[in-house]
Design a protein around this ligand. Structure first.
Ligand code: 13P
Ligand code: 13P
Ligand code: MG
Ligand code: MG
Length: 362
């Protein structure tokens, strides 16, 4: 059977209200346009969702990675969404579209993109994660836990088909170079890199036999634009079961509301709150940062689902923990560690302030 490609392409083309959520007209437009492409046969199936103010297009097709037609289709949807956002005067209309013209691939133009080409197994459970108010390094800790930490994933210990471990591709986003690392052999070196999640980002995870297991979006809008246009609000695709972590092992890392960068003005630390799509509307101090998880069973490329995976009472404690941490860290106001260190802030007035104070420094 032909290989199937899952493309998750996302952009913030206008927030409703402020940066908090998505206007339903944008979702409706994306659904309508994707439905036309499905009927014409360009794509096999699709699902449109949002996390906060980010529009997430989940698409299956048979055209492989970096396909011009698929990327153009997504780009056109974001352009149409921007037009609606402009009519409604939504906030930051066209925020993530850094260019007026499409040049063959959405990468580098602002939208985020994660793609995975695979041969569908007998049963193919996949989970699509999408985030708002954070950066792509947010996936480092959960990916490590899923694929390398036996305290999270018991399959690494007791499932013979997982016992060999996994391969991690880690991207240095400043040098734009990737290093391939093995787990468990290289885990101390791996942690040395990915613990610095604003610098080193896990791009892909593979089984030792080469089977693709996970893929993330690693675009950094702020670096590309050379100015602040929002944190990337990344997406991730993870395959599950049968030699890969079980669905529950893939979900488990999010039971702890770990700290991520982003939140207000992309310049703060905050707890990553796992929520259902209905609760993916970050409002308090534009946050705290959110993550949603949509589960699908692939069936000949059809997306059977979604199941809204965090719509589960077993994540209530993580949400409560996130609210408590948010409450505590917010009280630091403009002080670190609520505010990011100078090097990672997306906004700064420091040069201006230093210039003004130049003569007052004695
Ligand atoms: P199965 O034997 O049904 O695959 O269950 C194992 C498992 O993955 C539990 O999460
Ligand atoms: P977004 O990146 O989600 O648009 O958020 C920007 C921001 O500044 C929130 O305070
Ligand atoms: Mg926004
Ligand atoms: Mg956003």
């Amino acid at each position: 059977m032909d290989k199937i490609t899952i493309s998750v392409i996302k952009a913030d083309v206008g927030g409703y209200v402020g940066h908090s959520s998505m206007h339903p007209n944008l979702v409706a437009k994306a659904n309508q346009m994707l439905d036309e492409h499905k009927k014409k046969g360009l794509i096999v199936d699709f699902h449109v969702t949002h996390c906060g103010d980010d529009l997430d297009l989940i698409i299956t097709h048979r055209h492989g990675y970096d396909n011009g037609e698929i990327h153009k289709m997504a780009w056109d949807i974001f352009i149409e969404g921007t037009n609606i956002a402009k009519e409604l005067k939504l906030y930051g209309a066209g925020q993530d579209l850094l260019s007026d013209a499409f040049s063959g691939n959405v990468k580098g133009l602002g939208p985020g993109c994660s793609e995975m080409e695979l041969e569908e197994r007998k049963s193919e459970p996949v989970i699509i994660f999408a985030a708002d108010k954070t950066s792509p390094g947010a996936w480092n800790m959960p990916l490590y836990k899923m694929f390398a930490d036996p305290f999270n994933t018991i399959g690494l210990v007791i499932d013979p088909s997982m016992h060999d471990g996994f391969i991690f591709d880690v991207l240095d986003i400043f040098e734009n170079k990737t290093v391939r690392m093995n787990s468990p052999e290289d885990i101390y070196d791996l942690l040395c890199l990915i613990g610095a999640s604003e610098h080193y980002i896990i791009k892909n995870v593979f089984k030792k036999d080469g089977l693709i297991a996970a893929s993330t979006s690693t675009q950094r809008v702020n670096l590309m634009a050379g100015r602040y246009v929002g944190k990337d609000d990344p997406v991730m695709i993870v395959r599950c079961q049968s030699g890969l972590p079980a669905v529950g092992e893939v979900m488990e890392p999010f039971a702890m509301a770990y700290m991520v960068t982003g939140w207000m003005r992309g310049s703060h630390w905050g707890p990553f709150m796992p929520v259902s799509v209905n609760d993916a509307n970050p409002t308090r101090f534009d946050g705290p940062p959110r993550v949603i998880a949509l589960g699908f069973q692939l069936a000949n490329g059809m997306l059977i689902g979604p199941r809204d995976m965090f719509a589960d009472v077993s994540y209530d404690l993580a949400r409560q923990e996130a609210n408590e941490i948010a409450n505590y860290i917010r009280r630091h106001g403009p002080f670190e560690p609520q505010r990011l260190p100078l090097s990672d802030m997306e906004y700064t007035t420091l040069p201006h302030v230093l210039k003004k104070l130049k003569d007052r420094f004695k």
